[in-house]
Write a protein that binds this ligand. Structure first.
Ligand code: PLP
Length: 359
């Protein structure tokens, strides 16, 4: 297999894929594939409970939080979060640090009055707006932010202090990449397709008292309280995604948990940023040092005329999906949990070699 630097759907741990392959036709000796089993049967219910227990252990999720395994992608929850957390006529604060924060705002607007409390758009999202500049409303229903902006490569390395207002975080592209104090959040959500499993699954961790926040009418399928009361089985869940998420959680535990992942992710990111900064200007990362993402590393070549050559040669060298997002151009190396240090080293070696040949 190649080294996969895709931003998403992203590389999965090799060991997880191999195990899923071994178990595909006959899951735990039951004679059927896990994706053929009834989600309400004892076998699948056991798997679902184990996945939740493992995630609770990995992130030390307190008991007063519900863990939901939902669908719709993170995008659907951009809309569902205000539906559930904001009452009629309430407003919510949004801190916008890149493309996904912008999307969260536009999808929320039909359901809540949005106050953009801070934004780094004027600085092309190359840094985080300093906490002191945030115009927070103490009566807001919640404060929303994106912990890691996948396209712009900016990441919060600390949880911002927002007082008593519930903090809501889109952690789609950095969940489980390191320890996080869940008790500081009202709600955490993540599309699975970076650090959890295949796309089509969303993991949502919500403080239970917030489930009763609104009485506004909505279909049950949109109401988190109904999902929580039905163990995320209000309708047929994404059983295949749930199963693979469970395998990934087990793999993470075998790796030493999220503390070990943080060290590994830091080592990969340091390797890459050092190579970029030390390239004598051949490569450049425009993001401010303190805000640089440990998951998505955007960089440019000193001459964009070399971009096509770089992509062609990297692919030939077994380094996949390095093309940057069209919104920022250049290159982007996504180095999620499943990407080993060896892959980052292979990329750094290739970059050094390419610079030598074209410098
Ligand atoms: N939020 C972030 C940070 C993302 O990176 C993405 C997708 O890449 C999304 C939200 C949207 O997720 P989905 O495509 O699952 O709706």
């Amino acid at each position: 297999r190649v080294w996969n630097f895709s931003a998403g759907p992203a590389a999965m741990p090799q060991a997880v894929l191999e195990r899923a392959q071994r178990e595909l036709l006959d899951w735990q000796g039951c004679g059927a594939s896990v994706m053929e089993l009834s989600h309400r049967g004892k076998l699948f219910m056991g798997l679902a409970q184990q996945a939740e227990a493992d995630l609770r252990e990995l992130l030390a999720i307190p008991d007063n939080y519900a863990v939901l395994f939902l669908q719709g992608g993170a995008t659907q929850h951009f809309a569902q979060i205000p539906m559930n957390l904001a009452g009629e006529g309430e407003s919510a604060d949004y801190v916008v640090t890149g493309h996904w924060g912008e999307k969260a705002v536009s999808e929320a607007r039909p359901y809540v009055t949005v106050n953009v409390a801070a934004s780094s758009k004027d600085e092309n999202y190359l840094r985080l707006p300093p906490r002191a500049s945030w115009q927070l409303n103490p009566r807001a229903a919640y404060v929303h932010y994106t912990t890691n902006e996948t396209i712009h490569g900016v990441q919060f390395h600390d949880v911002p202090e927002v007082g008593d207002v519930p903090l809501v975080a889109d952690m789609s592209s950095d969940i489980l990449s390191g320890p996080v104090d869940v008790s500081k959040f009202g709600l955490i959500y993540a599309g699975a397709q970076k650090n959890i499993g295949p796309s089509g699954l969303v993991v949502l961790i919500v403080r239970r008292d917030l489930l009763e926040r609104t009485t506004r009418p909505m279909a049950r399928i949109f109401r988190y309280a109904d999902h929580a009361a039905n163990d995320s089985m209000l309708n047929t869940p994404n059983t295949w995604g749930w199963y693979l998420a469970g395998l990934t959680f087990q793999w993470l535990k075998e790796q030493g948990g999220v503390a070990a992942m943080r060290e590994r992710n830091l080592a990969k990111a340091t390797l890459l940023y050092d190579a970029i900064d030390g390239s004598g200007g051949f490569y450049r990362c425009p993001v401010e040092h303190a805000a640089r993402s440990r998951m998505n590393v955007p960089f440019t070549l000193h001459d964009s005329a070399l971009d096509a050559d770089f992509l062609k040669a990297s692919e030939a060298a077994g380094l996949l999906a390095l093309k940057g997002h069209k919104a920022v151009g250049g290159m982007r190396a996504s180095i999620y949990n499943a990407v080993p240090l060896e892959a980052a080293q292979a990329l750094v070696d290739f970059m050094g070699d390419f610079a030598k040949r074209h410098g």
